[in-house]
Design a protein around this ligand. Structure first.
Ligand code: PLP
Length: 428
């Protein structure tokens, strides 16, 4: 597989390089030079999820890692299902929250972790350093927990992460170090940046960011769109409209790659909350990010989505027809209404999925089949959902268990010298 830096077409790298590097020169994103078409999509859709995912990722990655390795990565990463729940009439929810941290980011984070572990092999140990304001930390911690030759350091702002969120990433121990920083999230991010700018830390600890723009995450996410359509009756597949609750737009980019490979998705709805840079852009042609506003669907509180250049590239290269993409911004009132309406239909949901549901309802024709993505388990947004519905939301076992465990974090001031000393003491 060859990937091109979207900011500098002279930088062409292999899959392994792209995974290890994350970003290219000038902070450019890597994107496949060519997206392969799958030969017999119907036959693929008849396969079980893991087996089909091996075929998809093998077609994308090519012979670089070898089929056996891809099989191993998929088997280790995808150990949970993505059921398509019928909500009403022609509307379904693709539930992507059955992984260990109950959010769709488990798919991408776990596949990336497996790829990095495979590429690191028996060589020098690498260090994943990341800052979190809540949920990404959990997906990363769980994805890398117990992998040999990889250490993880997660920085988070003291007192700014909910107690349950904190327990999701700070109770694992082993190769997962968590550090409570005395300062806001911006300080945590600044510390990460300083670490990557420090040659000694970068080289001796073999730093890697494992961040959300890594191509491995995106490729992993392609697989569950196939799983969605596989669960529809064959005659309905070509009617499928997919509504993607979007923040950084990685999930939508993956959907478009799936279609390019031959999955018969009819069209896409990009659903955002009040942070509506993309819906405005599709109407006006002007890219004008505004100040980010806080909403209930806070994982989508992003006004400069970092995966958008990949979508733009697919449209510009004519890989995806722009007419197949529409967008909707759903405000806070309608998000709440969405959670309530879904609940009345007997479907307990949360704000991110509700945004996608409301956007889908505005767009869906009677002769189409609508699928919105359930990107997080309702219990992850327990308080918000309880406030909207006025009824208690039960914790699933994974969350209830973690509530009784001890936080294993170390505490540091927001001082790079201290962080450096800490990392060399623990990992050097
Ligand atoms: C990250 C996230 C999103 C947004 O996904 P993108 O790929 O960044 O567009 C939506 N919902 C939830 C719950 C998330 O955690």
């Amino acid at each position: 597989m060859e990937l091109v830096n979207l900011k500098d077409a002279t930088e062409v790298v292999s899959f392994s390089q792209a995974v290890k590097q994350g970003l290219g020169r000038n902070q450019g994103l890597f994107f496949p030079k060519a997206i392969p078409a799958l030969a017999d999509v119907d036959a693929l859709l008849a396969m079980p999820f893991q087996q089909r995912s091996v075929e998809i990722l093998n077609a994308l990655i090519g012979d670089e890692l070898g089929r056996e390795a891809v099989e191993k990565l998929v088997t280790n990463a995808f150990q949970f299902t993505a059921p398509l729940a019928h909500v009403k009439d022609n509307v379904y929810s693709l539930e992507l929250f059955h992984g260990p941290t109950l959010a769709f980011k488990d798919f991408g984070a776990r596949f990336l972790a497996q790829c990095l572990a495979h590429l690191t092999g028996e060589g020098e140990p690498i260090t994943i350093l990341t800052a979190t304001s809540g949920d990404t930390g959990a997906a990363v911690a769980h994805a890398f927990h117990g992998l040999s030759n990889i250490n993880v350091v997660i920085l988070y702002p003291k007192g700014m992460v909910s107690p349950l969120q904190e327990k999701q990433f700070s109770t694992l121990g082993d190769n997962i170090l968590t550090v409570e920083v005395d300062g806001p999230f911006d300080d945590c991010q600044a510390l990460v940046k300083q670490a990557f700018d420090d040659k000694e830390v970068r080289e001796q600890l073999h730093l890697n960011s494992a961040n959300s723009i890594n191509i491995a995450r995106l490729l992993a996410q392609v697989c569950y769109y196939f799983e969605a359509l596989a669960q529809l009756p064959a005659e309905d597949r070509a009617k499928a409209v997919i509504s993607v609750p979007s923040g950084n737009f990685g999930n939508l980019a993956a959907a478009m790659i799936a279609k390019t490979m031959g999955l018969p998705i009819k069209r896409f709805v990009a659903s955002t909350n009040a942070n509506d840079t993309v819906p405005r852009y599709l109407l006006s042609g002007l890219w004008e990010p505004k100040k980010t506003v806080a909403t209930m669907s806070n994982a989508m509180d992003i006004s400069s989505p970092n995966n958008w250049p990949r979508i733009e590239a697919m449209i510009e290269q004519g890989i995806v027809d722009k007419a197949l993409l529409s967008a909707e911004s759903v405000d806070e009132d309608y998000t709440q209404i969405g959670v309530k309406q879904l609940n009345e239909l007997g479907y307990l949901s949360e704000p991110h999925a509700a945004v996608a549901y409301k956007a889908l309802k505005r767009q869906l024709a009677d002769d189409e089949i609508g699928i919105f993505l359930g990107t997080a388990h309702p219990a992850k947004f327990k308080e918000t959902v309880e406030n909207i519905l006025g009824t208690p939301v039960a914790l699933p076992k994974a969350l209830a268990d973690v509530a009784n465990k001890d936080v294993l974090s170390d505490a540091l001031t927001a001082d790079f010298g201290k962080l450096k000393e800490y990392m060399f003491t623990k990992l050097g």
